[in-house]
Design a protein around this ligand. Structure first.
Ligand SMILES: NC(=O)c1ccc[n+]([C@@H]2O[C@H](COP(=O)([O-])OP(=O)(O)OC[C@H]3O[C@@H](n4cnc5c(N)ncnc54)[C@H](O)[C@@H]3O)[C@@H](O)[C@H]2O)c1
Length: 312
């Protein structure tokens, strides 16, 4: 198939690109390198240095007539969305509508979207949250992602564009940028390996549902062949707190650094954990990488990266 992956120079989508190319698809990557890196893009993918908000991106889609679009490009920093909600909406809502309009003109068959679980459900009323949980986002970023889901439903119902929205929990693994929603793993890896102080914000008892990136790739791949449309949590159903994450990474880096605490970030969610029953029933997906194994692999990747930087 001929597939476009937006955000394919970024952390998660660059791994999806690798998988799609290994599986024999023709893949184009559209990215403005806002946080992504050119070196993440698979050499066999055709790279298009474009911004999703620009009309050229829509023109490309219409011209190339992609069968499937994976839309992973986003302004994905929750705190930035609070500081600059119009910028967030410009990229995450308006940019996405441009792509959807172009997809219709191009005759695209399916639109696979990187949505959010935790930032969409907000402070949860029950644990783990399934897809029927009330949508109560507490940030412009969460609002934007949930708005896009409404647009996806509209384009599907009214125009017949099939979609899968993957409500990702907190994703971690190689190539993660130490910014954004699940940045804590990348931040701790980088700081501890560089012998810099790594701070736990607040009590450190706030929990998240951490999914290793390879498992997300598998969910994204299953979505390609899923015959229906809908939104699915991609999660483990397991809660891990920040102190546990720190302790694991501290152990795997062999640094034995002290736990250091910093003031809590305003408005930070206390608990987030999502059920993956729906995607399991519908697509047969389940998480396969245990948090300790995933963190060991991630630490090893950051270690290698650091070594290659030192060797210059
Ligand atoms: N990392 C997580 O835990 C997590 C959780 C929930 C949802 N998501 C979503 O998954 C997707 C990928 O996230 P990630 O963690 O890989 O982040 P990332 O920052 O590594 O990837 C985002 C990519 O989008 C590109 N981009 C940003 N603005 C763009 C624009 N205007 N035009 C073109 N390209 C643009 C960036 O350069 C980058 O390559 C995002 O949509 C994010 O909201 C991530």
């Amino acid at each position: 198939m001929k597939i476009l992956v937006t955000g394919g120079a970024g952390f998660i989508a660059s791994h999806i690109v690798d998988k799609l190319i290994e599986s024999g698809h023709e893949v184009h990557v559209l990215d403005n390198l806002y946080t992504g890196k050119r070196e993440n893009v698979h050499p066999k993918a055709l790279f298009q240095y474009l911004d999703i908000v620009d009309t050229q991106s829509a023109q490309l889609i219409v011209q190339e007539k992609y069968e499937v679009i994976y839309h992973f490009a986003a302004q994905m920093d929750v705190r930035k969305s609070v500081e600059e909600p119009t910028f967030d909406a410009q990229v995450n809502i308006i940019g996405t509508i441009h792509l959807l309009e172009a997809a219709l003109k191009a005759g695209t068959k399916k639109f696979i979207f990187a949505s959010t679980g935790g930032a969409g459900y907000g402070e949860q009323e029950y644990f783990p949250a399934d897809e029927k949980h009330p949508i109560q986002p507490l940030s412009p970023y969460g609002i934007a992602k949930m708005s896009v889901e409404k647009y996806l439903f509209y384009y599907y119902q009214v125009h017949g564009l099939a979609y899968v929205s993957l409500r990702l929990a907190n994703i971690y693994g190689p190539r993660q940028n130490p910014k954004g929603e699940a940045g804590v793993v990348a931040i701790f890896c980088q700081r501890l390996l560089n012998d810099e102080p790594a701070y736990i914000n607040g009590t450190g008892l706030q929990t998240r549902d951490y999914v290793y990136v390879d498992d997300v790739v598998q969910a994204a791949y299953l979505a390609l062949h899923y015959p229906k449309s809908g939104a699915f949590n991609v999660s483990t159903g397991v809660e891990t707190n920040v102190i546990q994450i720190f302790d694991y990474i501290n152990e795997y880096t062999g640094k034995n650094a002290p736990r250091r605490f910093a003031p809590a970030k305003k408005g930070e969610q206390l608990r987030s954990v999502l059920s993956y029953q729906k995607i399991h029933q519908e697509m047969g997906w389940q998480p396969t990488v245990d948090i300790q194994i995933g963190l060991q692999k991630t630490v090893a990747w950051f270690e290698n990266k650091q070594k290659s930087i030192k060797q210059g």
